[in-house]
Design a protein around this ligand. Sequence first.
Ligand code: CS2
Length: 487
Amino acid sequence: MRLAQRTLCSADAGVRLPGYDRSRLSRGVVHIGLGAFHRAHQALYTEAAIRDGDTRWGVVGVSLREPRMARALTAQDCLYAVIERQGAEAAGRIVGALVQALYAPHAPEQVIGAIADPAVSVVTCTVTEKGYSRHPSTSDLDTSDPDIRHDLARPDAPRSTIGVLAAGLRRRPSGAPLSIVCCDNMADNGDTLRKLLTQYASQVDPALARRIHDEVALPNAMVDRIVPAATPASLTWAQQRLGLRDEAAIVCEPFTQWVIEDRFAGPRPAWEAGGALMTGDVRPFQAMKLRLLNGTHSAIAYAAQLCGIGTVAGALADPVLGAFARGVMADLDATVAAPPGYDVSRYGKALLGRFRNAAIAHHTAQIAMDGTQKIPVRWLPALRESLAAGIERPWLERALAVWLHYLRCNGNARGEPLAIQDPGAPPLTAALCGTDSHAEAVRRVLAHGAVFGHLPWPQPFQRRLAGHLALLRECGAVALLSFRATT
Ligand code: CS2
């Protein structure tokens, strides 16, 4: 039997139901990017606010890129399950906060109309780092992006995240303040989105740019929860657990965190009901999370991909990769200032525990995607700051070599092909493969300012990187990453 409003009563007795009358929900939030992360994160904080009795916050979910999820959710009355797993423990709930699921190319007017609706005072976004049409080297709006070019020519029929937000804002009556919360893993994510949106608006309609300045708040936010993409196996497991078939079911870790800059233009859901922390300054939380969690994640992902290890927990269980993960984390830990009340080392230890959660299959291929967007945020600021202070970060430098090797080699240690999913990767791969000299490959790849920035990298660092690439080519990842064991 499929999950729907009328079949809710058949859900397994251990599964928590929404517990409120969904017919009383009005729409108050628009979310762009209907992926698993939103459904297992922000939607649950909104669900908690609704459960507390505030029915203004029904969520209109919007997919910009693919129709499958909006279709699946619509077919089950926008209900879906989130099941938290850790070891043998599992706790499931069915979420009722979503009131509508739209695929923007099929419902452009409804999407723009929802953002323009004065009853909607909050828009949240999870569209991945590359979904903001940001030029990687300047962090300005990438006006060569085909979707932005299209939207600038036809602003009333937008395709990009920025274009859709701007079209909705343009149609909003003035005097209806809106808050847009970017929930992607970017440093200063709210400020970045404000800049991109303003740059776009200035080209479409200068009055809109002024209104964004006056009426739109874009708080920075740090989001955290490990939410693997669904697989046929996770959907089947969820079905057994729920007693119902749910095409949108999510299996994720129990941990969740949301730290939000307390800077809103109008009303918002009381996300504190779900444990959100409102604060004056999100930056220390962002730096700690982006470097320690995401930075170590990326290092694990590329090393595991080279070794043919499919999941994060599998990588942590491997002695060499486990030591590598701890080393990268320690290198990153040394570059981070603790947010108030935090012990960064304890935070790091807890992260390693979360990574070891084998009950959720977090695929290293998923984390390895879009490295050219992720590495400049996760590793390079820490590396730059350390080198400028004359400090080597041996594990992090090895992680960088591993990523570059991943981009240039055709297969993993088991001879299986590597399916690199990163639209920004081809120029780096070409730079790395265009020469037999490792030193020259390093020189050429670091010259890609879009990823590595425009300041020169110290020569000794370049020589170390070239040495790592040579060892990777000759002996493979395990040889490079076992270095502490052999010295
Ligand atoms: C991961 C993140 O896929 C990735 O790049 O590092 O999705 C990570 O799981 C989340 O940011 C955890 O909060």
